[in-house]
Write a protein that binds this ligand. Sequence first.
Ligand SMILES: Nc1nc2c(c(=O)[nH]1)N[C@H]1C(S)=C(S)[C@@H](COP(=O)(O)OP(=O)(O)OC[C@H]3O[C@@H](n4cnc5c(=O)[nH]c(N)nc54)[C@H](O)[C@@H]3O)O[C@H]1N2
Ligand SMILES: Nc1nc2c(c(=O)[nH]1)N[C@H]1C(S)=C(S)[C@@H](COP(=O)(O)OP(=O)(O)OC[C@H]3O[C@@H](n4cnc5c(=O)[nH]c(N)nc54)[C@H](O)[C@@H]3O)O[C@H]1N2
Ligand code: SF4
Ligand SMILES: [Mo]
Length: 766
Amino acid sequence: MDRRHFLKMSTASAVAIAASAMDVPGQGGLFRAAQAGPMPPGNGTGSMGATEVTSVCEMCFWRCPIVAKVRDGKVVKIEGNPKSPVNGTRVCARGNSGVQLLYDPDRIKYPLKRVGARGEGKWARISWDEALGEIAHNMKKVKEKYGPHALAYFDHGASAENMREIFQAMGTENFTSEPAFYQCVGPAALAYLQTVGYITTGTRQFNDMGNSKAMLFVASHVGENVHVSHVHEFITGLAKGSELVVVDPRFSVAANKAKIHLAIRPGTDTALMLAWINYVIEKGLYNKEFVANKCEGFDALKKAVKGYSMEWAARICDLKIDDMKAAIELLAKASPNVNIHPGRHSTWYGKGDVGRHQTYAILTALFGAVGVPGGIYFPTAVKTGHSEGIEESLKKVAPAKVSLKNDSGYPFSSVFGTVTADIIKAINTGKPYPIKLLGVNGVNIIQTIPNPYETMKAINNLDFIFCQEMMAGETAIWSDIVLPDAVYLERYDGVYAYEGLTPYLTVRQPVVPAMYECQPPYWIAAQLAKHLGIDGYHKSVEEAIDEELAGAGTSIAKLNKEGGIVTYPGNPYRDAKTLNVGTESGKIQLAVEAFADEDLDAVPKFEPTPVPPTGFARLLYGRSPVHTFSRTMNNLWLHNEIPENKLWLNDQVAKRLGISMDEEVVLENQDGKRSNPIKVLVTPGIRPDAVYMAHGFGSKSPHLSRAYGKGAADGFLITETVADPFIGATSKRTNFVRIVKGGKVLDIPELIPVPAELPKYVLKNA
Ligand SMILES: Nc1nc2c(c(=O)[nH]1)N[C@H]1C(S)=C(S)[C@@H](COP(=O)(O)OP(=O)(O)OC[C@H]3O[C@@H](n4cnc5c(=O)[nH]c(N)nc54)[C@H](O)[C@@H]3O)O[C@H]1N2
Ligand SMILES: Nc1nc2c(c(=O)[nH]1)N[C@H]1C(S)=C(S)[C@@H](COP(=O)(O)OP(=O)(O)OC[C@H]3O[C@@H](n4cnc5c(=O)[nH]c(N)nc54)[C@H](O)[C@@H]3O)O[C@H]1N2
Ligand code: SF4
Ligand SMILES: [Mo]
């Protein structure tokens, strides 16, 4: 079988998992009808006379099963569904605060039409018919003038799926679950798919921290990165005595719980990993039987890592060799019940991002930590039925002559959708063909795509842009037409089948009817289809969902009688004798030949990312534990918890610059772009060569009355991106900042010497 073919095959079989990595529940087009249907009867009456309705949280994409308590037609409380095998009665701060999303005064309440300039946020209220009519008119006009591929769609989350079908039916291939892949999990997903044959980081993560004897986190700041059952498994592991190694330039919440914290020089993790792999091989610390029977490419791996010594890595990574040795010995001692966390957000430095995650998968395999308690485990598929969508229309979709998707120059991108950066480039240059219309759904188009200045330019180059939104945030103020979406508590979204340690099936259903003139996604898509003359919406949403559920022998009504969830026996662990991973040969690929076939490295090399130029520190970012990106910033309860982000600044650097705790500064990046004012957190918990802030703050939309201008947005400092050569995902930690205080620009002193092997970033005007 030739390589190309294998690639196609392995990727095709991966699409289902990739779909889940991109927050797409179920498979294929669930076709929904024009009517929202009656309210579900509820699962019973609980305490305080409140009706309890089971559903699924969407305050983030972990999608915990919930019970909403409704009294006098109002949601008064949200808890975890006690029948849930993952979260039980637990929800996080955000899950709890879904109530305040529902009743947020700054929700988009009616269809809106822009009357000011794009980005200005001046609207007129219009009717649904007018809004959809205008969108349909523009979609048809652009398609006629420039061809179907001039239409593009950025989407994220459950509510965006129906509309994606409409774009597909119009004949474009330029749609992508943009932020969840090309700005998030893409490199990690590809590395695991090619090494162990499946993606360990889908909507959920298949790493068994709760049963581990030791854990390694490279970044992965679990605790600030809050996914209820993930955090719970982490804590369970710790409580049962699992020993933790954390590699992070910052003293994160996870680092605080670590036995060994390695405060690594940012961007050098692959050097550490390769030296560890070499050490494990040289010292014979690997699982010889597992490697001999279940892995391929050991000799190639051994040869490729030979040059990477611990001494070298200690210098590159700015770590103490004794700590590095103690850490890898600790992990080896726990094998095979060792959890090398596969990571989630992986678009850091561009070039080496796939390779870095490949090294996690390789170390996992060397320890034999695959399909065993504490390691990475295997998902157990839950069988559901299929509801026919607009399949007939979709079959007509033909790739463009020069295909952005298939001829991207990134050999492994096409199965995951069109590369975001290519779409923005095509809008701004007209090459390889013009893109003139953009639909945005569930994406903060300004804050989540790197280089917002290019994005704003692109928006201004479009003939038409519309969005489906809940909040009057940045996406809304940049759109020509804004469609008011129902909140997840007001809508059906489909069937959620999860494949974790205990697989289960559940369904999101409306807890209260949609308020104002908001409409659920299937209604919106069906009405737009009508305006476009696309056929297909014949079923009610309940019928479509019941068709899927029938495949699992249940229905909405039956589920509601049974507490909203059906569980199944899982099969996460495999006998090493019969283990057959999802790669072509059934064996783990310690060297990925498919990469070599595309002139990429079969075993990753360490290719340094440039270190900060003189006077600058690297800008790092991560998660706020009570917020989800920008989407929760206006939420009353969550805003009250953490209203703004702070800039983590090393105490020695702060002392030199004369900056004290809570002082307000502005950041300026290497291209002269400046941030909103941000208060400083002076701390020894960050390296002197980096600064850190949580992402999602600093909203630029004046219509978000609580969030507007609170804190700083990392994105407005991210103008330098490096594409990863495998899939074209874009880096974000390749940017550097210095501090502006009282109008004066202050250089960051270089307190840590940089070895000559590491190139310095060259300033564009230098
Ligand atoms: N509360 C909350 N939880 C969330 C989300 C949310 O919005 N809110 N979002 C979810 C989503 S979609 C994702 S993708 C995940 C993201 O969460 P993770 O996958 O955990 O993100 P990371 O980028 O791995 O981790 C951020 C950490 O990386 C460290 N870091 C920065 N640069 C480097 C480096 O070069 N080397 C090393 N070793 N560390 C570095 C930072 O100091 C920070 O502590 O979180 C998920 N969980
Ligand atoms: N600078 C920077 N960029 C990043 C990251 C970072 O840390 N820093 N993180 C990256 C990662 S890991 C990820 S996963 C992405 C996340 O990227 P996004 O998903 O774009 O994140 P949000 O900022 O939450 O923007 C979501 C938008 O969708 C809207 N929305 C929320 N729920 C719904 C809904 O039910 N229906 C509709 N129609 N709209 C809804 C919100 O109001 C908001 O405007 O960002 C990536 N980009
Ligand atoms: S982790 Fe929190 S926000 Fe995410 S789905 Fe679960 S309860 Fe909701
Ligand atoms: Mo993400």
